[in-house]
Design a protein around this ligand. Structure first.
Ligand code: FAD
Length: 495
């Protein structure tokens, strides 16, 4: 048991809020005037269904390293433990001699429910649990439509938000921390979060700087550069046209409030308003995904539109495998999947193209694609990922209609017109010109030979003909509609 008295130490439980600036739980704990004990728990129970995937583990390792350094620079320390928070938190509070635990809400339905129970359990043992909202611009609970119902469509959701939204200024980062008890900590290296044999994350370091400072540097670069052309360039996977803040958001290294204020200040100081508005509306989509989970439950588990419960998904293990490996024979899809593997990230436009291809041309359940993204994206965010997969599938809230099937060739020609994106990630096609590169199967042998391409040898033939994939997708959709109406008629007959 620590020497500090039971009332002068506060426990701060860090989770996906690995930052000092605008961290409501940390701020409140510091304001309480108590000494602090900061902990991060690698959960083995409770949060397991939403445990980070392999690429997120890579990020988590580096982000925790940075957070520990930032705390130490201010006189604090990060204690690491592994286990079930329901068991560990009371024990840690006891060790630290603390009667107050501060944390930011996880904004995941199952985790928030668990934490609510945990708060009750702590209160019963005389430990006060203080929860804060930290990861959204909008408070999901109070943002309702005119009929006091949750929004289901993004545009009215966001329009109403913009009418009332006035996010407070970001809370300052503490300059000095007073460390409470010096608790035993596990060693981060012992968690084995980094891949070694093989080190598939070697390419990640080129693209990413995890941690709060990395997040701010990324935002600075974006505001002073790509933001100006964001409304058009955001759709171009061949350009560095977006902020690439998503993994920093996913780990809470920067808050949406900070981003909001920095972007608005930038516009007010002479940057154009329109790009800022477009950019912030995308940040709004992130809020919307969290909002949907808050009101409608976990979108990972079930179709938002229950008609899709009748969808005849195909058992297409070979197709799924080729998709994961970037070997479908469709250049823009393969480039996207290889970008994901090499960098841990994929451009939004190509996420839509690759997801649509898997779901529609290959007939594979959106949940399979979602799971692969959860494992391989450094920005894997369970709410946003599930909402996005359902958006593409047509089963989600405010989703793209299922029958609007992306043609990967015309998408490639439109959004990667010079073929630079495909050339970068599918080098075996690099010598094809920009016209040929998106549909090599349509090219005469002579053109392919001149570019050193032999389909089926140096690069796969398409695993499914696009026309045939589209037709079977539409047939499956019709099948679902027939089954859903038959089921509705049966249900009506029973009532
Ligand atoms: C199938 C699919 C799966 C996805 N999975 C994830 C995921 O796991 N994690 C994730 O953060 N994003 C996901 N997205 C959304 C989007 O692709 C990424 O947020 C975006 O590409 C990140 O790049 P950026 O930071 O440069 O975005 P920017 O264009 O700079 O946007 C700024 C921020 O707004 C948010 N944002 C942007 N687009 C979207 C969107 N369509 N939906 C919700 N929020 C958005 C992100 O937080 C992003 O960092 C997914 C999209 C699709 C189609």
């Amino acid at each position: 048991m620590a020497s500090s008295s039971a009332t002068d130490t506060a426990l701060v439980w860090f989770r996906r809020d690995l930052r000092l600036l605008d961290n409501p739980a940390l701020h409140a704990a510091v304001r309480s005037g108590r000494k602090l004990v900061c902990v991060f728990i690698r959960e083995t129970r409770g949060e397991t269904p939403s445990a980070p995937g392999a690429a997120s583990h890579w990020w988590m390792h580096h982000s925790l390293t940075r957070l520990a350094e930032d705390l130490e620079a201010r006189g604090g320390r990060l204690t690491l433990r592994t286990g079930d928070p329901a068991e560990l938190l009371p024990a840690l509070a006891h060790e630290a001699g603390s009667r107050e635990i501060y944390w930011n809400r996880a904004d995941r339905p199952e985790v928030d429910a668990r934490d609510c129970r945990l708060a009750g359990q702590l209160e019963r043992t005389g430990i006060k649990a203080r929860g804060f909202r930290a990861s959204t611009l909008i408070d999901p609970a109070s943002h309702l439509n005119g009929s006091d119902k949750p929004y289901r469509v993004f545009t009215p959701f966001w329009k109403a938000a913009l009418r009332t939204l006035d996010p407070r200024d970001p809370l300052p980062a503490p300059t000095r921390l007073t460390e409470g008890a010096d608790l035993a900590s596990e060693a981060l290296d012992d968690w084995n979060l980094l891949p070694s044999r093989p080190n598939w994350a070697s390419g990640f370091e080129v693209d990413w700087t995890p941690g709060e400072a990395g997040a701010h540097a990324r935002l600075d670069d974006f505001l002073s550069g790509p933001l100006a052309a964001y409304p058009t360039d955001r759709d171009r996977p061949d350009r560095e046209g977006t902020s690439r803040l998503s993994p920093h958001f996913a780990w809470g290294e920067i808050s949406p409030r900070t981003v909001w204020h920095r972007a608005r200040d930038h516009a007010e100081r002479g940057g154009a308003f329109q790009p800022v508005e477009k950019f912030l509306s995308e940040v709004g989509w992130r809020d919307f995904a969290i909002y949907l989970a808050h009101h409608f439950g976990d979108l990972r588990a079930s179709n938002f539109n229950t008609q899709f419960d009748h969808f005849p998904w195909r058992d297409n293990a070979a197709g799924l495998d080729a998709w994961k490996q970037g070997q479908t024979g469709v250049p823009i899809v393969d480039a996207a999947m290889r970008q994901l593997w090499q960098t841990g990230w994929m451009h939004n436009r190509t996420r839509m193209i690759a997801a649509s291809y898997l779901i529609k041309h290959l007939g594979v359940h959106w949940r399979e694609g979602m799971a692969w993204f959860e494992d391989t994206l450094v920005d894997a965010d369970l709410n946003v990922n599930a909402a996005s997969w359902q958006w593409v599938a047509g089963s989600g809230a405010d989703a793209a209609p299922y029958f609007r099937i992306f043609n990967p060739v015309s998408q490639g020609e439109k959004f990667d017109p010079d073929g630079c994106y495909v050339r970068r990630f599918v080098p075996e096609l690099a010598k094809l010109d920009s016209k040929a590169i998106h549909a090599p199967w349509d090219q005469p042998e002579r053109i392919l030979a001149m570019a050193g391409v032999t389909l089926g040898k140096t690069y796969p033939k398409p695993i499914v003909a696009l026309k045939q994939g589209r037709e079977s997708a539409l047939a499956a959709y019709q099948h679902m509609r027939d089954r859903a109406s038959a089921a509705a008629e049966t249900a009506d007959a029973k009532t």
